[in-house]
Design a binder for this molecule. Structure first.
Ligand code: NI
Length: 177
């Protein structure tokens, strides 16, 4: 169960941040929309409606969830860079994943969204001053302050976490590309 739910392990907060770490997180954020392209390649409706594990989201829901989540991340990044330690608005991801668009919108629309939102996020991350990485936002649900560098680490993990759900399901089912 743990293995199916957390194929690359749970997110762990990095103990510190180096320019090398930042490069790695940016590379992962750059790669994510391309990984997602590969994840959905040649899947039919039946396959898209298959849960990645018993009781888990379907592939369709996972793809739309990543777009929902990373759109929120982009907004949080911009808030952190333009306001003084803003309090962000959490969202109920379980309910978002049950909304009508998640059911009827083709997944490639959300992959296109991911390409667009990651491009804009990366254009910002690659042009920040050193001190911008220490700017923060406050997450009221976790009651925790996140620096921008930790946000990059978190969403780099998050993208890979979900693409691995899909990749491993395809592997188990023998669904070729
Ligand atoms: Ni998620």
């Amino acid at each position: 169960m743990e293995e199916l739910k957390y194929p690359i392990g749970r997110y762990t907060k990095p103990t510190g941040v180096t320019p090398h770490d930042i490069k790695g997180w940016i590379s992962a954020l750059k790669a994510l929309p391309l990984w997602m392209d590969a994840c959905i390649e040649n899947l039919d409706v039946y396959q898209l409606e298959t849960p990645y594990r018993d009781g888990g989201w379907t592939i369709q829901q996972v793809v739309h969830h990543v777009a929902d989540s990373h759109m929120n991340a982009y907004i949080r990044l911009k808030l952190a860079l333009t306001e003084d330690a803003p309090t962000i608005t959490p969202y109920k991801e379980e309910l978002w994943a049950e909304m009508v668009d998640t059911k009827i919108t083709p997944v490639n629309i959300s992959v296109t969204l991911l390409h667009a939102v990651h491009r804009r996020m990366i254009d910002i991350l690659e042009h920040m001053k050193d001190e911008d990485w220490e700017r923060t936002y406050y997450h009221p649900q976790y009651q925790k302050t996140f620096p921008v560098w930790e946000m990059a680490a978190l969403y780099a993990w998050h993208g890979r976490h979900h693409t691995e759900h899909i990749r491993r399901l395809r592997e188990r089912m023998g669904w070729g590309y």
